[in-house]
Design a protein around this ligand. Sequence first.
Ligand SMILES: NC(=O)c1ccc[n+]([C@@H]2O[C@H](COP(=O)([O-])OP(=O)(O)OC[C@H]3O[C@@H](n4cnc5c(N)ncnc54)[C@H](OP(=O)(O)O)[C@@H]3O)[C@@H](O)[C@H]2O)c1
Length: 275
Amino acid sequence: MTVLVTGATGNAGGAVVRALAAAGVPGKALVRGKAELLAGIEPVYGDLGRPDTFVEALDGISAIFLLSGYERVEELLANAVKAGVERVVLLSSSSVDSEQTSNAIAQYHLAAENAVDASGLDWTFLRPNSFMSNTLRWLDQLRLGNVVRVQFPDIPVATIHPDDVADVALHAMTGNGHSRTVYRLTGPVALKPSEQVEILGQALGRPLRAHELSRAESHEQLFASMPAPYAEAIERFFGDGIIDETAVNDTVETITGHPARTLQDWTRTNTNLFS
Ligand SMILES: NC(=O)c1ccc[n+]([C@@H]2O[C@H](COP(=O)([O-])OP(=O)(O)OC[C@H]3O[C@@H](n4cnc5c(N)ncnc54)[C@H](OP(=O)(O)O)[C@@H]3O)[C@@H](O)[C@H]2O)c1
């Protein structure tokens, strides 16, 4: 069993790389730039937008941890089939549950799920809530002071630790009983943005305070920070409530045998990212 991890320099893929290394599972980490060993895992070059760039890297691979959202995914999957890959664990998202096919984010995750299903490869789809690492979106504001302007302040979200996504992915890639299964993954507790800010402040030892944006201000900030279809998608998720990231389930614990990690866990181990 050798695993290819895509998105290996990112929050989720990076956590999968570390989980593989800790478990002693052989793997390769797909990277776009030059890289040293990642947590002891060999980097291999590849661009998900150009599947021809990593045909050789698929040699000897039995499972892929795959990110959604790449237009030529069918080609990539056909290469994987040719190379003898057996299963794909796809990082999809909670947005697919909304069944909103006109929503730009739900749409690209659903397209990836459909492509993987059509490929004939065995699969597991992970549909996690928002990641705890999204806390990093407040970084620029934190450099300016202790006030964090938060969008959709009344909506509690059970954000998930990337390490928990990774642990579930590892089980799905290396264990039995996860074939053609969809896992909705949540964190352990739903927290409003102001509560998340408070937890971050405790970890950083700073008196952080949330400034709650109105719906109109949230709209303005969102559309200024990303392309309109994605801003609109997020506004529909949290502003209009078309996804439920407030409910908590025990899927992480059921699969991994350990409770889902808390935001306190994430902030404690990532304070260095805020300095
Ligand atoms: N954030 C959330 O709340 C959330 C929730 C549910 C699902 N998701 C899904 O999870 C995915 C990963 O999230 P994340 O927070 O781990 O993202 P991230 O930290 O931004 O990492 C993205 C990773 O993808 C790599 N990448 C980007 N374009 C690539 C390409 N063309 N070819 C190869 N690699 C490429 C990046 O590599 P470089 O270092 O080269 O840029 C990086 O390793 C998201 O894209 C989303 O689909 C996210």
